[in-house]
Write a protein that binds this ligand. Structure first.
Ligand code: HEC
Ligand code: HEC
Ligand code: HEC
Ligand code: HEC
Ligand code: HEC
Ligand code: HEC
Ligand code: HEC
Length: 364
């Protein structure tokens, strides 16, 4: 053990300094006031090769009652007096979650992300998203390496850069998923405003404090992945750890075709886009017709926003238009496209076939 300790301390001297702007000592875990036993709190007993797994973290960030049952307490000398140590572990018991507990032993301290080996196992350990030596309450991503540019590897500063480490150009990205960096690229005709303010100046449905452009102090013109992905409960710790809703969403979002419209079905979108405005056809003249449907049974043949809109961005069209290929097909002439007729005029044309209705084109 002494050898191990000496080894750790020696190697600490060469602990890669990922950014001069993030000195190691600012990390909350290395603050002796907070974690009095220092390095050995985490380093005496875990398997370095695979980063220690979530157990290293949930000793302090886990379910306090589970610790009591196992007759364990916080590490010796660790007294989180007056601190509300949030139960992160509970988030990972929800049906939709990052696989931090589900995929074990796949992480390696020396791995390079985005992954270049298509056979590498997909995983997301606590330490893939939080560097335990640098993390602080101001910067939960401190010390996470960003994309290499030439010889420089900088520390990331934005949440989306963290996500792109595994949800963009990863060679092992599962086939059903898409490259998020491409979807949010600011050179696209449209995108939800995560990397920068959006391109549409007439998003008439936006609710306060959201605005197309930031003009006044209280305006919010950009959003984060975390505004849509995270726990369903605002009482839970922040972060995309787990949710009761599919795709780790903060609210329900149904992507199905042939269903009635309800506030719940598209609750996620209605957080920021006024339902009355959308169903009142303030922008697209036929929103209500499509979303609520025409059927007898309370519009049971309505369709989801997802049938026409991509949730993230569109590489082809304005207004996040990207037709769901499972529902929308080419029209009788083999055409499948959207054509806008002037910017912010609320006019356009659709060439497609949907529910057997030929659009050749249909104009609004
Ligand atoms: C809160 C728990 C925690 C504390 C406190 C902590 N470490 Fe670590 N350390 C880890 C984890 C977890 C890893 C594995 C990281 C990985 O694999 O990505 C690690 C990795 C390392 C490594 C391998 C290189 C690297 O950076 O990945 C060294 C060296 C190291 N720690 C030294 C130290 C020293 C020295 C201290 C005290 C100044 C310390 N650690 C304090 C959790 C901790
Ligand atoms: C010895 C107890 C202990 C261990 C083990 C531990 N942490 Fe912490 N961690 C803390 C304390 C205390 C804070 C500061 C919380 C506060 O000030 O409210 C903290 C803060 C954090 C924060 C910043 C959040 C915030 O609100 O300040 C993150 C993220 C975090 N820890 C992740 C981890 C990860 C990942 C691991 C495992 C590699 C880990 N922790 C292991 C005690 C611990
Ligand atoms: C270290 C890698 C890693 C990082 C970083 C990461 N993820 Fe993931 N994420 C995964 C893995 C692995 C899965 C499981 C599915 C898969 O293999 O893609 C997943 C699943 C998800 C899912 C659920 C997908 C579905 O349809 O079920 C969402 C949503 C998600 N991540 C969002 C994010 C966001 C937002 C961030 C940034 C805050 C992020 N991820 C950062 C690895 C990562
Ligand atoms: C405006 C809300 C919103 C924002 C912002 C958002 N997402 Fe999503 N995301 C969704 C919705 C809705 C779904 C499920 C439907 C779908 O697949 O489009 C989803 C699905 C996903 C999935 C799983 C399906 C897939 O296509 O891979 C991943 C991974 C994901 N998002 C990552 C991210 C990342 C990373 C960010 C930030 C860079 C982000 N999301 C920002 C709403 C959002
Ligand atoms: C896919 C990436 C990812 C994984 C995996 C992950 N986290 Fe997080 N975590 C985040 C993000 C993003 C935030 C939110 C930052 C923000 O919005 O303030 C966060 C926030 C936190 C916080 C602060 C919560 C708060 O309300 O202040 C703690 C503590 C934390 N994570 C610990 C952990 C632990 C422990 C694990 C493993 C069991 C873990 N995280 C796994 C991305 C991740
Ligand atoms: C049948 C296809 C279709 C469906 C289904 C649909 N939309 Fe749209 N939506 C459009 C078109 C086309 C536009 C562009 C109108 C224009 O030319 O400006 C648009 C524009 C928008 C806009 C931007 C202007 C505004 O109103 O603020 C928002 C936001 C929007 N839709 C949200 C939604 C939501 C939320 C849903 C689901 C509840 C939904 N849409 C369902 C086709 C659709
Ligand atoms: C956290 C807030 C938030 C949520 C949740 C959200 N949006 Fe948005 N959305 C925005 C903002 C802000 C803009 C304005 C971007 C701009 O000005 O171009 C926007 C713009 C749009 C646009 C117009 C984009 C363009 O370039 O014309 C559409 C369409 C849209 N959202 C659809 C949706 C749908 C569908 C959902 C649900 C899956 C959703 N939004 C959820 C904040 C949100």
């Amino acid at each position: 053990m002494n050898f191990m300790r000496a080894f750790i301390l020696a190697s600490f001297l060469v602990l890669p300094s990922v950014s001069p702007a993030a000195p190691v000592r600012s990390g909350v875990h290395l603050d002796r006031q907070t974690v009095p036993q220092g390095c050995s709190t985490c380093h005496l007993k875990f398997n370095f090769k695979a980063g220690g797994g979530p157990e290293t973290c949930i000793v302090c960030h886990g379910d306090p009652s589970r610790l009591k049952q196992q007759n364990r307490s916080m590490p010796k000398g660790f007294a989180p007096a007056g601190r509300d140590m949030k139960n992160i572990e509970a988030e990972f018991t929800k049906p939709y979650r990052h696989p931090s507990f589900d995929v074990r032993g796949a992480h390696s301290g020396s791995e390079v992300l985005p992954e270049t080996d298509p056979r590498a196992p997909r995983h997301a350990d606590c330490v893939d998203c939080h560097n335990p030596h640098y993390v602080s309450s101001d910067n939960k991503f401190a010390g996470i390496r960003g994309k290499r540019v030439g010889n420089l590897v900088s520390s990331i500063t934005q949440e989306y850069e963290l996500c792109y480490r595994c949800h963009a150009e990863s060679a092992n990205l599962p086939g059903r998923f898409t490259n998020k960096r491409m979807e949010f690229n600011v050179t696209n005709p449209s995108y939800h405003p995560v990397e920068a303010e959006g391109k549409n100046t007439a998003v008439v449905s936006l609710v306060k404090p959201y605005k197309e452009k930031k003009v006044n102090a209280g305006d919010v013109a950009t959003i984060t992945c975390g505004d849509c992905h995270g726990s369903e409960s605002s009482a839970s710790p922040r972060g995309p750890h787990g949710s009761l809703y599919e795709h780790i969403l903060v609210d329900n979002y149904s992507t199905l075709d042939n269903q009635p419209e309800t506030p719940y079905a598209y609750a996620l979108c209605y957080r920021c886009h006024n339902r009355t405005s959308i169903l009142g056809n303030e922008s697209f003249r036929y929103h209500a017709l499509h979303i609520q449907g025409t059927g007898g049974l309370a519009g049971a043949n309505g369709t989801s926003c997802y049938t026409c809109h991509n949730s993230h961005g569109s590489i082809d069209n304005r207004y996040l238009i990207r037709f769901n290929p499972a529902v929308v097909y080419p029209n009788s002439k083999g055409m499948l496209k959207f054509v806008e007729k002037g910017v912010a005029t609320f006019h356009g044309e659709c060439y497609l076939s949907c529910h057997g209705v030929d659009h050749d084109p249909k104009s609004y």
